[in-house]
Design a protein around this ligand. Sequence first.
Ligand SMILES: Nc1ncnc2c1ncn2[C@@H]1O[C@H](COP(=O)(O)OP(=O)(O)OP(=O)(O)O)[C@@H](O)[C@H]1O
Length: 148
Amino acid sequence: MEKTFVMIKPDGVQRNLIGTIVERFEKKGYQLKAAKLMHISDELAGEHYGEHKGKPFYDELVSFITSSPVFAMVWEGDNVIAAARQMMGKTNPQEASPGTIRGDFGISVGKNIIHGSDSSESAEREINLFFDEQELLQYDKINKNWLY
Ligand SMILES: Nc1ncnc2c1ncn2[C@@H]1O[C@H](COP(=O)(O)OP(=O)(O)OP(=O)(O)O)[C@@H](O)[C@H]1O
């Protein structure tokens, strides 16, 4: 089963959008494997956004993502990496379609509410950056107690 890393950025947390976003994923049938409200260190921000080092918006990106807590999650399900990107919408909220998370709530390309892994390689890398293996719920091991 595929897994992806999704993170509600400081603007989404501050605007009380955690519940709305989690609900959108649950309604699509994806399962939450792990979640935590956390503060990103400069070091973790540098690792997470390493591919953008040297770009004109890099400093602004790191200072924003470390400015106040984010809500980090791991979601599991068929095709969840591509599905999450589709649910998020285009990077620039002005170009994102209505009905997508960024289209409905994003303000600017910097304050665009949410991050989601863009490939299976980045999903694995990002999940390992933010979570320890034992933080991920193993549904197959708890299935006997699962009610629905
Ligand atoms: N021109 C820009 N000015 C300001 N911020 C930008 C700009 N381009 C990208 N960003 C920020 O950097 C993040 C990473 O950029 P990237 O091109 O990887 O977009 P993305 O893959 O859609 O976003 P994310 O990686 O957050 O899911 C974007 O989500 C956005 O917040």
